[in-house]
Write a protein that binds this ligand. Structure first.
Ligand code: SF4
Length: 400
């Protein structure tokens, strides 16, 4: 793997190298994977059509975790579009985040907390992202003036105790900009909790460097929910990034998403949970994949998801068992998928009681299915010149 990156391996520990060498198209990713991973021409065409609606991007580091010879590789489905993405006519914003915006980037759904979307940029664009709608009109961040408006709106709402800085990925922002946002929040508000949602420890752990940590450290305690979906992602670099965050006073937990063909076996979840324990990361949530347009192929049926989480009990410490979470469409809030909010099941439909409105909300609990990218049967082992090979010695190790 990582053929075109080998000559630059000395730069591997510098996040700037990975940003300069990001792969930003289906063609670049497939070229990098050749000849070990080939897809049928019609699948490639479907991927290109999906890319036209939802762009593709990943870092050399994250792509290097893929093993194209693994028929159940957990990285590639998170990076390469499935042709079915555009066939799925789901909603762009089923949780009504745009309707609930009260200031630039500021979503106020729960009385006591706000979601503060500082940027829509991520170095790796995860195919299962719930905010794929944000990718379609270019990438950017809030201006200083917009941040001021949003912080003022938070200060005017004393019931808000908890601010979630997210995006996009806020840890891709210039550290000084981030430091200024944190300073304003601490100076103008009296919050219980400032937390980040960030996948940088997973997809670009090199970015957790001293320049960034110096801007975070003065404003602790800070919480960070990161997003490891598979034990393969818990590399030595990623674990070191978590340790650097912890040493700077940032409390790190994990929010995984349950994804078909990525982590939908009990053993996948056990391996992830144990890896998180060793890394000192609390397994906090396992999300049912949201009903967002372009993600349906990833969805694990709700009944199967509940069963998978139930099977973790007794096999691993309770510290490592995440809550299985379903975000109710229509902005009705999050519930435990297997908890008392579940009122009844009618076929594939699960009915949950909203913690916000008290209404019964129907959730489609059916399984999704891949049309191509995640179905490794479309790899063409009979293609002339194809021969599965052992992993490259340059492939990054997850044995830490
Ligand atoms: S890092 Fe998070 S916000 Fe960014 S693309 Fe992935 S899931 Fe979406």
């Amino acid at each position: 793997m990582a053929r075109s990156f080998e000559s630059n391996i000395a730069d591997w520990s510098d996040w700037r190298f990975h940003m300069r060498r990001r792969l930003t198209s289906v063609g670049q990713v497939l070229d990098e994977l050749e000849p070990r991973f080939r897809v049928a021409p019609e699948v490639r065409q479907g991927m290109l059509e999906a890319e036209a609606e939802f762009p593709v991007a990943t870092t050399p580091y994250y792509l290097s975790l893929a093993d194209p010879d693994d028929p159940r590789d957990p990285i590639l489905p998170q990076v390469l579009p499935d042709p079915g993405e555009v066939a799925h006519q789901g909603e762009f914003d089923p949780f009504l985040e745009e309707d609930l915006k009260v200031a630039p980037g500021l979503v106020h759904r729960y009385p006591d907390r706000v979601l503060f979307l500082l940027t829509n940029f991520c170095s790796t664009l995860c195919r299962h992202c719930m905010r794929k709608r944000e990718w379609r009109e270019g990438f950017g961040r809030l201006s200083d003036a917009q941040v001021d408006l949003a912080v003022t709106a938070i200060a005017e709402r004393p019931q808000v105790r908890d601010v979630l800085l997210s995006g996009g990925d806020p840890l891709h922002l210039p550290p000084r900009f981030l430091g200024r946002v944190l300073a304003k929040l601490r100076e103008r508000t009296d919050l219980d909790c400032i937390r980040f949602g960030s996948r940088v420890p997973v997809t670009l752990p090199q970015r957790i460097d001293s320049e960034l940590l110096e801007e975070l450290e003065p404003w602790g305690p800070l919480y960070l929910n990161t997003h490891f979906n598979h034990a393969r992602e818990l590399t030595s670099e990623a674990v070191e990034a978590v340790r650097r965050l912890s040493r700077a006073g940032v409390i790190v937990s994990n929010q995984a998403v349950l994804l078909r063909e990525v982590n939908d076996r009990v053993q996948d979840l056990l391996d992830l949970s144990r890896g998180l324990l060793r890394a000192g990361v609390r397994a906090y949530y396992l999300h049912h994949c949201d009903p967002v347009r372009g993600t349906r192929h990833f969805r694990v049926g709700l009944a199967r998801g509940r069963q998978l989480v139930a099977e973790l009990t007794g096999k691993v410490s309770g510290l490592a068992i995440p809550a299985f979470i379903v975000d109710l469409p229509g902005g009705h809030g999050k519930v435990r998928g297997d908890g008392p909010a579940l009122q009844k099941v009618e076929g594939e439909i699960h009915w949950y009681q909203s913690p916000l409105s008290g209404e019964l909300v129907a959730v489609d609990g059916s399984e999704g299915s891949f049309a191509g990218a995640g179905s490794w049967s479309v790899v063409l082992p009979e293609t002339p010149g194809y021969a599965p090979r052992p992993r490259s010695p340059n492939a990054r190790s997850s044995n830490w």
